[in-house]
Design a protein around this ligand. Structure first.
Ligand SMILES: *Cc1c(COP(=O)(O)O)cnc(C)c1O
Length: 376
């Protein structure tokens, strides 16, 4: 089946007891045992729940995986994957990974016992050079946040596997509509479902999807159920509701972002546009090969430094100044401010999550803001 059909039907069916077309929400925390003491269905909601099972089946099929574990946030999904490793294991991650992931590794997982190296993954050779005898996982994020660096998933998965390590891909920005890490050789595809999968900025969640059933997935499942960073039934229901329109939303996100990127690339107030859909972007060729579209995220460096960038953000009317991404509404964020003093993000950088408003209106808003800020 095609992804548009999977997004609407996988894991879901008409409820045979009521005929309801849309699944019910099961807030029950506990489920009855059969007379012989066995569980005919579910047991306890920390371990499993009908709404979570529906969401997990749907996300697993969307990624072409063998199983999915859903979490209460993207960070909880990532932490559970890192905890599936052992203290003393070494993890390689991108030097501009989502800053929450960098902080999780540096401030929680390193004290827990993981070793961690940050490398520029635009070249698989950098990953090869960082391999140690105890390297057990290469964590890829592509396109990366906020510089939209592109990493070659197939080449990096090969480097990881040659070293006996797993390859995990944070596919939050790509989504299974645009990028299929498991088909490119990765062992795990990871999501903050808070972003494009939910798609409406109203529910937090995370997911880990595995290519193969086996010991890794069993360990992640155990951590999910035993450590308990699980999503509420209503949150699973809301995420699944968002997923149904994912393929069509992603088409429009890509189309709108491409138009916005092209306009900004020609604007005198903008020094640089980071968008893999532009032919001049250093990752364009790899992105064109491994993605079905270039996504809805881009970042720009505003001429005039931080003050000019803040002035442009202040003048925008349709773009809302807020963190996060992947919702139907367009957002703008000055990343250096949220990343704090240790950030390597240029101070002139604004990150745009291009939403589903009409692209002409988004372009007009950016033009008026650049003009009002004196950047035109
Ligand atoms: C937001 C985000 C995360 C973290 O997810 P939360 O749902 O906020 O915990 C991880 N990776 C990427 C790429 C993200 O954009």
């Amino acid at each position: 089946m095609n992804i548009e059909t999977i997004a609407i039907h996988a894991g879901q069916s008409v409820d045979p007891s009521t005929g309801a077309v849309i699944p019910a929400i099961y807030p029950s925390t506990t489920f009855e045992r059969a007379a012989d003491g066995s569980f005919p269905g579910y047991n306890y909601t920390r371990l499993d729940n009908p709404n979570r099972a529906m969401l997990e089946r749907c996300l697993s099929e969307l990624e072409g995986g063998a199983g999915c574990a859903a979490f209460s946030s993207g960070q909880a999904a990532a932490m559970s994957i890192f905890q599936a490793l052992r203290p003393g294991d070494h993890v390689i991650a991108p030097d501009d990974a989502y800053h929450g992931i960098t902080r999780l590794l540096r401030e929680t997982m390193v004290p827990w016992g993981l070793e961690y190296s940050a490398v520029d993954m635009t070249s698989p050779e950098n990953v090869r050079a960082a391999i140690r005898p105890n390297t057990r996982m290469v964590w890829v994020e592509t396109p990366s946040n906020p510089l939209l660096k592109v990493a070659d998933i197939a080449a990096i998965a090969e480097v990881a596997h040659a070293a006996g390590a797993l390859c995990a891909v944070d596919n939050t920005w790509g989504t299974p509509m645009l990028q299929r890490p498991l088909e490119l050789g990765a062992d795990l595809s990871v999501h903050s479902t808070t972003k494009y999968l939910g798609g409406h900025s109203d529910v937090l969640g995370g997911a880990a999807i595995v290519r193969e059933a086996g010991a890794l997935f069993e360990r992640i499942r155990f951590i999910q159920g035993n450590s308990g960073a699980v999503p509420a039934p209503f949150d699973c229901w809301l995420t699944l509701r968002g997923v149904r329109t994912l393929p069509y939303r992603m088409r429009a996100h890509c189309e709108n972002a491409q138009r916005v990127a092209q306009m900004l690339a020609e604007h005198p107030g903008i020094e640089r546009v980071h968008y893999p859909g532009l032919p001049g972007h250093p990752g364009h060729a790899v992105a064109a090969r491994q993605m079905r579209g270039f996504g809805g995220m881009l970042s720009v460096e505003v001429r005039g430094g931080q003050a000019a960038a803040m002035a442009v953000a202040a003048q925008l009317q349709i773009f809302t100044r807020a963190t996060s991404l992947g919702g139907v509404e367009s957002l703008v964020e000055h990343r250096a401010s949220i990343e704090g003093p240790e950030t390597k993000t240029p101070p002139s950088l604004l990150r745009l999550s291009v939403g589903l408003e009409h692209p002409d209106d988004l372009i007009a808003d950016l033009e008026q803001a650049l003009a009002a800020a004196g950047a035109a």
